[in-house]
Ligand binder design. Structure first.
Ligand SMILES: [Zn+2]
Length: 214
């Protein structure tokens, strides 16, 4: 069976495995099954903000009055942006400044509605294959300034949460991929995909996080 990630042990309720995926819902130690989800929001420096603003202004300018905008990527990874001014008119390439890429914090935590205890469900810098095994590929979110922001609508009530995880089927299979020197705890944290959903009052599940972590 795919192992439950070590950092989630205390919250896991009714785990099941099907088609190579582990699924479970969350239940707090106090018995409550309703949570508020909070995500990290990176605090950019003023220089980073300026770069982002000028990129998005250029994009807005290029797309003004367009009937459609499309993006393509060359085999060597170069991106292109195309604009069509009329529905049947020619596609014209527009040239934009390079999109600024900053390391961003990527964390999500659950706060129990009854007792208020909090658990980080996912931190890209330490959880998942890249965070745990291939550390060079992982974002350094723990080092970046961020604040917490409630997900969903401001007045949405706390809701049930479910988690799905993809990982190697056995510790032996994991060791073949990861090499020597990793523990069973590392294996439990080295999942290659994670999805976190919450259920609205109408019963609809909304995806709050969906990340390939390898
Ligand atoms: Zn609780």
């Amino acid at each position: 069976m795919i192992p439950i990630p070590n950092h989630l042990q205390a919250l896991v309720h009714a785990p099941t495995e099907r088609g190579g995926l582990l699924s479970f819902s969350l239940r707090c130690g106090c018995g409550c099954e309703a949570f508020n989800l909070l995500e990290s929001e990176t605090e950019y420096t003023s220089e980073q903000k300026r770069q982002k603003t000028s990129y998005f202004r250029a994009l807005e300018e290029a797309c003004r009055g367009a009937s459609s905008v499309s993006f393509t990527i060359d085999q060597d990874g170069t991106g292109h942006t195309w604009v069509r001014k009329f529905p049947l008119g020619p596609k014209t390439e527009v040239f934009l400044p390079e999109e600024p890429k900053f390391a961003e914090a990527q964390l999500l935590k659950a706060r129990c509605a009854a007792c208020g205890s909090e658990t980080v469900l996912f931190d890209a810098s330490v959880h998942g294959w890249d965070g745990r095994i291939a550390k060079a590929n992982a974002p350094v979110s723990a080092c970046l300034p961020f604040h917490w922001r409630k997900m969903g609508q401001k007045d949405a009530p706390p809701a049930p949460v479910r988690v799905k995880i993809e990982n190697d089927p056995t510790y032996e299979a994991f060791c073949e991929n990861a090499g020597a020197g990793f523990s069973e705890e590392d294996y439990s944290e080295a999942f290659t995909w994670i999805q976190i959903q919450s259920r609205s009052a109408t019963g609809k599940w909304t995806t709050r996080l969906d990340v390939e972590t390898a």
